[in-house]
Design a protein around this ligand. Structure first.
Ligand code: FAD
Ligand code: EPU
Length: 338
């Protein structure tokens, strides 16, 4: 196990926040990870993937283990489906491209989501009408305290919109080493319902899309509105889209008839937090080194040099204003790291 002392994490988080850790190591296999977790030096370590869904607050001082377990392979298949087993350190988008190239369907709508495979179950990543849970087979994880290996089936994970058991009851308890997905080999079930998807496919003059066309369409949509973390620090949507009871939605729509909503069932609907933030006047508005992105009001950005606390203070300011204008509590999607 190679250990680096006093390491800057600036290049390890997509916000580009200049946090440091007293001890940093990379686990390139499950065995190395198990050994590292046993070491008293790495007690209470932060588990780091691609750092694309975390905000380091100023008092961060824990050791860090970056999970870099490689490998993608088909472990089981029949005529119509394949189970693909993927190391937690594989870049999510590389996996999507590998699946598309091998005609395995199911995750093409999740193209270009930053980060690593091991973090995908943590918030049940989702985009353009698909969530990880739709293709999830199981995951292997190691207990941080006891070093035990455990298989999590879908029912163990309590997947919900941007949520799972790993963010609640088992928060910080397990490190995911392998994720297995169940993908289609033929008769792919394409999900094309998301608003701009059909428009983009029409623009691309594609009438009978294949999975690679869907991936290309998603990539085009994402590039047109989401800022590239290589150019401007961000962690995607900073808040979750709030889920509200239909009675609350009705009252709000009496006052704000243009408020968009997405019905989940007869009792609940989602409201786009980006719309709430834009209406509260924050879209594209800069406050010192931070602000909300000009094309996507839900994306908190670091224009360069902001601290974690400055970013968090701005987020809190927005939460307060949205609450006083609409009576809605925004909840951060990004993990706040102390
Ligand atoms: P990290 O940020 O490194 O970690 C996130 C959390 O998971 C932390 O709590 C960490 O401790 C924990 N963790 C990481 N790896 C493991 C592991 N192996 N075992 C246990 N715990 C672990 N998300 C979406 O869902 N949909 C989107 O469309 C989307 N778009 C985005 C666009 C941009 C531009 C950006 C910057 C982010 C976007 N995200 C999106 C958020 C982010 O990409 C995902 O949440 C991604 O899964 C995070 O992966 P990561 O490896 O960077 O995780
Ligand atoms: N909107 C505005 N102003 C804005 C942004 C959005 O009014 O500045 C309204 C518009 O009505 C728009 C609607 O919000 O039609 C939805 O916007 P968009 O399609 O951009 O999606 P989102 O709800 O803002 C969610 C996810 C994204 C995911 C996309 C596509 C959450 C918190 N965010 O964003 O995930 O990529 O849908 O499925 O659910 C992430 O989690 O980091 C992330 C980027």
């Amino acid at each position: 196990m190679e250990i680096q002392k006093k390491t800057s994490l600036k290049n390890y988080n997509t916000f580009g926040v200049a946090a440091t850790t007293p001890l940093f190591t990379e686990a390139k296999s499950s065995i190395i990870l198990q050994e590292t977790l046993k070491s008293p030096l790495f007690e209470n370590a932060l588990i780091l993937g691609g750092g694309s869904n975390m905000l380091f607050l100023d008092d961060f001082s824990r050791p860090v283990i970056k999970v870099s377990i490689p490998g993608v392979r088909v472990i089981q298949e029949n005529e119509s489906t394949a189970i693909v087993s993927v190391g937690a350190g594989v870049i999510w988008h590389d996996l999507v491209m590998w699946c598309v190239a091998n005609n395995l369907g199911g995750i093409e709508n999740l193209s270009l989501i930053p980060g690593l495979v091991g973090a995908a179950p943590i918030q049940n990543i989702g985009a353009y009408g698909v969530e990880l849970k739709d293709v999830f087979h199981n995951a292997i994880a190691i207990g941080k305290k006891k070093g035990d290996s455990r298989i999590f089936d879908i029912d163990d994970c309590a997947f919900e919109y941007r949520n799972s058991v790993f963010k609640n009851e088992l928060k910080d308890d397990y490190v995911i080493t392998t994720v297995r997905l169940s993908l289609t080999k033929k008769n792919h079930q394409l999900k094309l319902e998301y608003g701009a998807m059909q428009e983009i496919l029409d623009e691309m003059q594609i009438s009978t899309p294949k999975i690679d066309d869907v991936a290309r369409a998603v990539i085009r949509i994402r590039r047109s509105k989401l800022p590239d973390p290589e150019k401007i620090g961000n962690a995607g949507s900073f808040f979750k889209n709030p889920i509200l009871p239909s009675s609350t939605i009705k009252k709000l729509q009496d006052v704000y008839p243009s408020m968009p909503t997405y019905e989940l069932d007869s009792n609940f609907s989602k409201v786009p937090a980006g719309w709430l933030i834009e209406q509260a006047g924050f879209k594209g508005k800069r406050n010192g080194l931070v602000g909300m992105h000009e094309k996507q009001a839900l994306v908190l950005v670091n224009y360069g040099g902001a601290t974690g606390l400055e970013l968090w203070e701005h987020a809190q300011h927005i939460m307060k204003d949205v609450h006083s204008k609409f009576g809605i509590e925004l909840e951060p999607e990004v993990n706040l790291i102390h």
